[in-house]
Design a protein around this ligand. Structure first.
Ligand code: GLC
Ligand code: GLC
Length: 830
């Protein structure tokens, strides 16, 4: 069944009942300040780093789920009725409820007993705060007197410490209250230079800042004593758990509406201006007044002091998104595809670019930083939106590469330094840098990025050009090849759970960082395929920057690698996956379990290996035969039944989950792209649609995750919950599915020379329209498939003139160019 619907005109998903099968969330924020926001107003927010600078507390794995958020409690003073208009946390019975998740904002509207409530929540562009504009409307025929209580719970900044270090944390909480403004200043007296402010733009009847006073020690969020009593206790937090609650008395005549602007802001002061002087205006470095310098909060709150100002900020945000999403739009008969490719998939790509894998309802935001491979791949779906940010990100990532071409597997976004605890040794990492950089150059034509001086190992003394980094990347797998001439896998390749040198016997030990067995033998066919896919881009980059010898030399290495795959990476019906530390095959018919894996098959065909001799087709047919399900393609079959010490984490999961034969969505688009190389448009689209959430909207009870975003994993056919999704939002699936649908199915693909037109679609798709902003011009592309083809361009006209070939030229003239494409059936394997 469905729990809502897509409102395409307003680019919103409208949730029509609050008890969704899992909290369905949205992300607020675009630069430095971010909030996670569920359909019942749950979630939390942070400034830049979800671990180190968390403003509000959130309890993962809580019962009931999704506890903690920005709550507004309402009390009708005549009847004494109390309810939460966002449904949670009281699970109030509402006469009306709706939550609209839009681009960077969410809107909850509800009504009860003749009182309508609306909450619109967003992070304004460029400011470090959340705005919650609340409107109460008296829909009854008589006057109403409403007590409204706001509620947030502060996190003591470091989210990890906040959840563990209670012997200290129960004693350090501090606040200041000034009128309608509540300041959270824990640890400000010592080394922090920042505080939070939770404010409302109207006078209040009271406040609370101590959680136990507000709720009552033995109550949950669903029964706050203060709200039921209808009166704040003006409590001042001192240690324990600081919160922010305002009490507002609203008298509403029949038909009357009133709006209130709540702002939750993050403010910083320079070291010498942390405190207000005892005499007032001047600011001091010393804490002798004990009163924080509120100048930045004053400025922020001044800006958003009226409902009109909040509306204006929301309009600016809407404009920002309208402009971003105008860079690639789709119109087609298939509305589910059009809304995903044109709106939601790109929106998710922005979120994965911003968040990497740090904060979602599954990623606690206290663990890993940004991944080298993850961030490079996230770029693929983002680079057309804000190329300048992609450029800056590439330089950040590249600076965490080691002089030998390997890379820190992860780095911290705040410091931009590689993580020592995890180190390097994931031997696919270097190649993703080539992938990220070439997608940036194809999008922008900006080769100057190659000349940027970038440190190795974050050390300026070791800086060299970005090109030098790419070269190190390219030669890493070449110089670190194993007995079959295939790249050594190291700790793992793209599949973090294929830990062939780990041999872990100790519970709790990390599969990724423990290497007990430096075999120098375990090899990855996937890395070879990635090399064969991204290598040619490196060759092109060399050619186009007059490095002819370099290009020739590199091309030879690619040939050699493909020969190694031909000789040692083919199993008869599909591509092998790897060789273990004993030189035994993985992903072979010879294996008992894990006979066939998806990744090496998708990527090898993407790279064009076996296209000429039928192996590519055979490999994808085998994938279909052995790995396909109604909900997508599983990672491997048969699932591992037992733990294999020589394989590592992959065999640690129960069959059907995660890397052990789950539908690990990230790699499904590789098969989609591979199918387009074979020209099999119907099958390509089938693999696309199976994991596309919009197609499973009416199956939400099984799928459970949001119908508007991809999930990392859907349980595979061996699992009891086959078809159930998990880990929505932060997944490489976002970028790769966007690449697969926009560049390979719809076939509008940036290449070094321009925009290639190469659609590969189901024969019953009559056509479609794409508009694409590309290197300073707009292309309005109409594809006519009345021929019922799957692949093949018969003719292209640009502004009425016939185009030679299939690459749209770079106009860069700020104008709109009209492109008409006619398809016809071409023979396979083009
Ligand atoms: C997770 C990781 C990613 C890895 C994938 C497969 O999504 O973030 O880096 O490639 O799992 O193991
Ligand atoms: C990836 C895998 C996950 C593993 C993690 C460790 O995210 O999907 O199963 O625990 O890597 O880094």
């Amino acid at each position: 069944m469905q729990y809502g619907f897509f409102d395409d005109d307003s680019r919103e998903y409208v949730i029509t009942r609050p008890d969704t099968p899992y909290p369905w969330i949205n992300y607020l924020g675009s630069d430095d300040f971010f909030g996670l926001f569920s359909n019942t107003s749950g979630g939390y927010c942070f400034y830049r780093d979800a671990r180190m600078l968390r403003l509000t507390r959130y309890r993962y794995n809580n019962v009931p789920t999704d506890a903690g958020g920005r709550y507004f409690y309402l009390r009708d003073s005549a009847s004494g009725d109390v309810w939460t208009p966002s449904w949670s946390p009281m699970k109030s019975k509402l006469d009306r409820y709706e939550c609209r998740h839009g681009m960077g904002y969410s809107r909850i509207s509800s009504a009860k007993n003749g009182l309508a409530f609306s909450q619109v929540s967003f992070v304004p562009l460029r400011d470090t705060c959340e705005i919650h504009k609340i409107t109460l409307t008296n829909e009854s025929g008589a006057e109403k007197n409403i007590d409204m209580f706001s509620f947030i719970e502060f996190c003591l900044w470091n989210a990890q410490d906040d959840m563990t270090n209670f012997q200290r944390n129960f004693s350090i909480g501090e606040v200041e209250i000034e009128g309608s403004r509540i300041y959270h200043k824990t640890e400000y007296r010592e080394r922090r230079n920042h505080y939070a402010v939770w404010a409302v733009n109207v006078p209040t009847a009271g406040f609370d800042t101590d959680r136990e006073t507000f709720l009552g020690l033995y109550n949950g969020f669903d029964h706050p004593d203060v709200v039921f009593a209808g009166e704040s206790k003006n409590s001042v937090a001192s240690g324990w758990a600081p919160i922010g609650s305002h009490h507002i008395k609203a008298k509403l005549a029949a038909g009357e509406s009133k709006s209130f602007v709540f702002v939750l802001g993050y403010c910083e002061n320079p070291e010498d201006k942390k405190w207000q002087s005892a005499k007032g205006a001047n600011y001091f470095a010393s804490a002798n007044s004990g009163v924080i310098n509120k100048a930045p909060a004053d400025a922020l709150l001044e800006k958003y002091g009226t409902p009109e100002a909040a509306d204006k900020a929301l309009s600016a945000l809407n404009e920002y998104w309208k402009n971003l999403l105008s860079k690639f739009t789709v119109d087609a008969e298939d509305k589910r595809m059009a809304r995903m490719a044109g709106v939601w998939n790109q929106y998710q790509c922005m979120v994965t670019f911003n968040m990497s894998r740090s904060a979602s309802y599954f990623e606690s935001g206290i663990g890993r930083g940004m991944g080298f491979r993850d961030s490079n791949q996230d770029l693929l779906g983002f680079v057309h939106l804000v190329p300048e940010r992609a450029r800056a990100r590439i330089l950040d990532i590249a600076a965490t590469q080691f002089p030998d071409g390997s890379a820190y597997h992860q780095y911290q976004p705040l410091t931009k330094r590689g993580n020592n605890e995890i180190g390097s040794g994931f031997n696919d990492d270097p190649l993703w840098l080539i992938c990220g950089v070439s997608s940036y150059i194809k999008e922008t034509g900006d080769y100057s990025i190659l000349d940027e001086k970038v440190p190795f190992d974050n050390n300026d003394a070791l800086a060299d050009t970005l090109f030098a980094h790419l070269k190190k990347s390219f030669y890493y797998p070449v110089l670190n090849a194993g007995p079959h001439g295939l790249p050594l896998i190291g700790r793992a390749d793209w599949n973090d759970c294929l830990n062939l040198n780990c041999f872990s016997k100790t519970p709790g030990e990390s599969f990724q960082t423990t290497a007990n067995f430096e075999s120098g033998v375990a090899e990855s066919v996937l890395i070879a395929a990635i090399f064969a896919f991204v290598g040619p881009d490196f060759v092109e980059i060399c050619k186009r920057t007059n490095r002819v010898d370099e290009a020739e030399k590199a091309a030879k290495e690619i040939e050699k690698m493909i020969k190694a795959v031909d000789a040692h990476g083919w199993d008869g019906e599909w591509f092998l996956r790897a060789y273990d530390a004993h030189g035994k095959k993985i992903g072979s018919k010879e294996c008992e379990d894990g006979k066939i894996y998806i990744e090496s098959n998708g990527f090898s065909v993407m790279a064009g290996i076996g296209l000429e001799d039928g192996r590519a087709e055979k490999a994808l047919d085998s994938v279909k035969e052995h790995l396909d399900t109604p909900y997508g393609i599983v990672l491997l079959q048969p699932a591992y039944k037992d733990y294999h010490i020589e394989l590592g984490e992959v065999s640690s999961y129960p069959p059907g989950y995660k890397e052990n034969a789950g539908i690990f969505c990230h790699n499904n688009p590789w098969v989609t792209i591979a199918e387009t190389r074979l020209g099999r448009g119907s099958r390509a689209f089938e693999t696309y649609a199976k994991i596309c959430p919009a197609y499973r909207e009416d199956d939400s009870d099984l799928r459970r995750m949001e119908p508007y975003v991809y999930a990392q994993m859907v349980a595979g056919k061996d699992a009891i919950r086959h078809g159930e999704a998990k880990n929505s939002w932060l997944t490489g699936t976002a970028a790769w599915t966007f690449v697969s649908i926009s560049q390979y199915i719809l076939g509008v693909r940036p290449v070094f020379d321009g925009l290639l037109i190469d659609p590969c679609i189901p024969s019953n798709m009559k056509g479609f329209t794409v508009t694409r902003h590309f290197r300073g011009a707009d292309y309005h592309i109409t594809v006519d498939n009345s021929a019922g083809a799957e692949k093949g361009v018969k003719s292209i006209t640009v502004d009425g003139n016939t185009l030679e070939g299939t690459i749209l030229p770079v106009f860069g003239d700020g104008k709109v160019h009209k492109v008409v494409v006619e398809m016809h059936n071409e023979k396979k394997h083009s």
